[in-house]
Design a protein. Structure first.
Length: 311
């Protein structure tokens, strides 16, 4: 209390006070102290290279996002055409390294590692289909993958890390691949709905948004495929009832996914039989949803006639 009174005691106009209240001196001979620290200019959060089709993966840790991404890229590159890093993008070198790791590991049965928290893994790529029809055009694809821990942060009204927010807030064409696994889908119904709520808060109209719900690790059901569309519908309705309502109401797409036969060897999962059938389905859905044409589009009448002569 004593210190408080000393700090706020009234100012007395004695000699000391007069010294304190002296006007500023403009004596140029005084040495100016170089102790001014400028404020750094704020780094812009604007997304660079917006002229692309952005694909955003949503899913918690161990949901299989990286496996889906790597196997889709492998299918596009090994079966559907040419897939290469887009020249002139800031991360073209990093993208090339990551692609090399994906492609080398997948043929050895090595699953991708987990994504780094608070960081968006961005792959700027060009895909050139091997279909000769002029309707099936090359497209730019920018894949965005994030850590599952970051997606848990939006639970109960939480918010994303700024690195993720910048993409969700940007005015760019976004496709959403929402991933939940066969064995944990029942735990993530609420979180998926919170994510869809977050998209609506950011002005994304779910009736026109390009999105697909993917049930990963379907091989854990004991099968590599579904017996019928009703089986997948039943699984989603049973394990993800709230999400099923959103999907059906807004007419969003849904699918299942497996990379093949996976075995646990010495505490590490490895693929011992690679299956690209669901990678093909999801890749074709992605291309069709962006361009409006199928990857295996047979061409116009004149194109088909031309192809019949050349083949």
């Amino acid at each position: 209390m004593e210190n408080f009174n000393e700090k706020f005691k009234p100012l007395s106009f004695d000699q000391e006070a007069e010294e304190m209240l002296k006007p500023l001196s403009f004596d140029r001979e005084q040495q100016v102290q170089d102790d001014f620290v400028p404020i750094a200019r704020t780094i812009s959060n604007d997304i660079k290279n917006k002229e692309s089709n952005f694909i955003f993966f949503f899913g918690t840790a161990d949901s299989g996002k990286s496996v889906i991404l790597s196997s889709m890229l492998y299918y596009l590159k090994s079966h559907a055409g040419v897939l290469r890093p887009k020249l002139g993008t800031p991360n073209s070198k990093e993208a090339n390294v990551l692609l090399s790791d994906f492609f080398e590991n997948i043929r050895q049965g090595i699953l991708p590692g987990r994504s780094t928290r608070d960081q968006v893994t961005r792959l700027d790529l060009v895909f050139e289909p091997n279909n000769k029809s002029k309707k099936v055009v090359p497209i730019d694809l920018t894949f965005l993958e994030t850590s599952g821990e970051n997606h848990n942060e939006i639970r109960r009204g939480g918010s994303y890390h700024s690195s993720i927010e910048s993409f969700l807030n940007a005015n760019v064409p976004l496709t959403f691949i929402i991933v939940t696994s066969y064995d944990s889908a029942h735990k993530e119904d609420s979180l998926i709905n919170e994510f869809l709520d977050e998209l609506e808060r950011k002005g994304k109209n779910l009736k026109s948004v390009n999105a697909v719900l993917v049930i990963s690790k379907w091989d854990k059901s004991g099968r590599m495929d579904v017996e019928s569309a009703e089986e997948l519908e039943g699984f989603i309705s049973d394990r993800l009832p709230m999400t099923a309502q959103r999907i059906n109401t807004y007419g969003l797409s849904k699918s299942y996914y497996t990379i093949g036969s996976v075995q646990n060897s010495i505490g590490q999962e490895r693929v011992n039989l690679l299956n690209l059938s669901t990678a093909e389905v999801l890749s074709k859905w992605l291309y069709r949803s962006i361009t409006g044409y199928d990857l295996d589009y047979e061409g116009t009448f004149w194109e088909r006639l031309k192809f019949s002569f050349t083949n």
